[in-house]
Write a protein that binds this ligand. Structure first.
Ligand SMILES: Cc1cc2nc3c(=O)[nH]c(=O)nc-3n(C[C@H](O)[C@H](O)[C@H](O)COP(=O)(O)OP(=O)(O)OC[C@H]3O[C@@H](n4cnc5c(N)ncnc54)[C@H](O)[C@@H]3O)c2cc1C
Length: 258
């Protein structure tokens, strides 16, 4: 089994985490008892994480075939958008500003508003073989997938749209520029996590170098040298205050790797 050292304080989007030897998945051989990561855009990694693994470069591919669009799970979203633009394929424009790999996006059913990665999915491939979408449970930022995804097959409908691409770019204009892991909490039904965090006085609240952003309160940002402990303290504080004042349980969207 090949491994590669990764410094998560540089690799992860929130710039937190230790240097760890991470196992590489090659030739569809998945090492046992390891946690899979993609590009670490939706995770908060503790100073003592469990053994980790990532897909090797062989899973970074995209091919148009007779049955649809085959995309390797290590393929970054930006690459998918470029391919779709070049080949005039619809429905992937929103991935341009959604950082991460296809595997992470599928596991999280990532998306923007009503546009979600499961919308045009046909099947995923794991160690168990091809699994049709109908056999997977999925919803807002969650799926029942509990295996490593190697690749996925999508509908390849004609019609790349520059207008949609611009619209998605516009939607991103209210996001902070400091390192983060995207939205910290899921939006509770009929409400917004950002609104609730603001309402309990935590917008801009800072502990050490971690803060709920002034720009968008649901983004937990690293102002430089922030720690896992400070991030956890803020997450806990928001959950306690929102529960106390609104009787709502804020659920983490960011995944704690501990
Ligand atoms: C600035 C910013 C903006 C963001 N905006 C959005 C947004 O608008 N909408 C949205 O949905 N998300 C958003 N995110 C979150 C993030 O982009 C998505 O969750 C993305 O899918 C993460 O992909 P990743 O490869 O980085 O996954 P990781 O963060 O590495 O992993 C996420 C989860 O997926 C699992 N996973 C990763 N690869 C695989 C695989 N091959 N097989 C099985 N499981 C796997 C991991 O175990 C983990 O549970 C944002 C993040 C940032 C930093």
């Amino acid at each position: 089994m090949n491994t590669k050292p990764i410094d998560f304080s540089k690799f992860s989007s929130i710039r937190i985490g230790p240097v760890v030897d991470v196992a590489l998945i090659e030739n569809d051989i998945v090492p046992k008892e390891r946690t899979i990561l993609g590009a670490a855009n939706n995770v908060l990694i503790s100073p003592t994480p469990p053994p980790l693994m990532i897909l090797s470069k062989e899973y970074d591919f995209i091919r148009l075939e007779d049955d649809g669009l085959h995309i390797g799970a290590a393929t970054p979203g930006g690459r998918v958008v470029s391919f779709c633009k070049k080949n005039d394929i619809a429905h992937f424009e929103y991935l341009s500003k959604l950082p991460g790999t296809l595997g992470g996006m599928l596991k999280m059913n990532a998306g923007l508003k009503e546009y979600e990665i499961f919308n045009h999915l046909i099947a995923i491939r794991t160690m168990s073989g091809w699994i049709p979408k109908e056999d997977i449970e999925y919803g807002y930022r969650k799926t029942s997938i509990n295996e490593v995804i190697f690749e996925a097959l999508f509908e390849a409908e004609k019609g790349y749209s520059t207008e949609r691409y611009e619209m998605f770019n516009q939607m991103r204009s209210n996001q902070p520029h400091e390192p983060s892991a995207g939205s910290c909490f899921k939006n509770p039904k009929g409400d917004y996590a950002g609104r609730l965090i603001e309402a309990v006085g935590l917008r801009g609240h800072r502990i050490g170098a971690m803060a709920f952003s002034e720009v968008h309160a649901n983004f937990l940002v690293n102002m430089g040298g922030g720690t896992y402990e400070d991030a956890l303290t803020l997450i806990n504080e928001a959950q306690v205050r929102v529960k106390r004042e609104f009787n709502i349980d804020l659920q983490c969207e960011v995944i704690l790797i501990k």
